[in-house]
Design a protein around this ligand. Sequence first.
Ligand code: 5CA
Length: 442
Amino acid sequence: MRLSRYFLPILKENPREAEIVSHRLMLRAGMIRQQAAGSFSWLPLGKLVLDKICRIIREEQNRAGALEILMPTIQSADLWRESGRYDDYGDEMLRIKDRNKRDMLFGPTNEEMVTEIFRSYVRTYKDLPLNLYHIQWKFRDERRPRFGVMRSREFLMKDAYSFDLDFEGAKAAYNRMFVSYLRTFTRLGLKAIPMRADTGPIGGDLSHEFIILADTGESQVYCHRDFLELPVPGEDTDFTNDGEIGGIVKQWTTPYAATDEMHDEAAWDAIGEGERLSARGIEVGHIFHFGEKYSKPMGAKVTGPDGKDHFVSMGSYGIGPSRLIAAIIEASHDEAGIIWPESVAPFDIGLINMKVGDAECDRVSEELYAALTAAGKDVLYDDTDQRPGGKFATADLIGLPWQLIVGPRGVAAGEVEIKNRRTGERETLPIAEATKRFGIAG
Ligand code: 5CA
């Protein structure tokens, strides 16, 4: 992508409304545009990151055996009357009427709708386990939308829903999502700690929040330092092996970890002073087991091996891709701007032509751009006539992992410069070597 043809509305000044660094940097880097309280448009750079995050979430959901669907944003109130949640949900639900004065709502979550799908088709335990997920916009009329996409009113959620014959099956489904989350957050460059959590309006009795430690987090959390060292399950994890998956969950739930609401002072005091970690945290995922809470009132049942009907045992599993972008930035930035983990960076490389119009700089830049692009790298080529200082500031602000710098003095010597955004390390190397550094032969 040529920057001259791109839409990257960079802000020079710090926007005053932004209280935390991720919100500030997302506005400054031209990733989002606020449209109303807690509602944002995604501009090209922001959309690229959002898509990369969703792709990783999707891959890990599929690996764990979940199946992707897509349900509507607008739901019928009647469905929610069946579960009793239409009245219970309160002011966070945005209630709407259609032209026939029928009560509708903008979905804050989808337990009822997915249960309706399930009960319409599935009759026997032989079709279980089943886990259906979608990635869809949600609306919650939060009392205090704040911190940009961190706590917004309209936000993206990956929500998965599992259906099993009994508690044992449901626990195995819960465990698969638990392990899938460990892998997902690690691939996103984050260290997420699963913590026992309150279930709130979703309900149920077993629940974990996945928390990123960050000073700007909204939750107070308590955990054992051991979490920082635990090994994350690899790509070869066998999600069909309940024993293996259960073992990983056991390992990740044995050290103490709890959010404020679930905190147990006695258990906390039992941990040695030096082993305790009391910090602020950002909730990026939340998983629930709630058994028959929806299947019973909504009549979602299957015939079991005993020939009798059983209400299915369910769980739901949420991740917030839009909130994750803010969480990643909170965890990975410096005073100059964002530092993207490679897996979610909007482009792999920022190619900076320091002197557009200089025949040699243009030639070398164009050649590098063509070669890198042909090799499948996502390159943002700064071919604008801005001054070099401005180009470097932009490159640091938008945080691409690598900068490849082409300047007149270097080119005269047959050289270009590579800068690693995270470490700040710079290296000068022959032009012919530059593409090789990005794994491109010849
Ligand atoms: N139905 C369940 C799980 S599928 C559910 O709704 N869970 S939740 O309420 O915990 O939300 C799931 C995830 O959505 C959260 O972990 C968080 O990452 C994200 N999320 C929730 N509220 C917001 C919000 N206001 N702004 C941005 N992300 C949010």
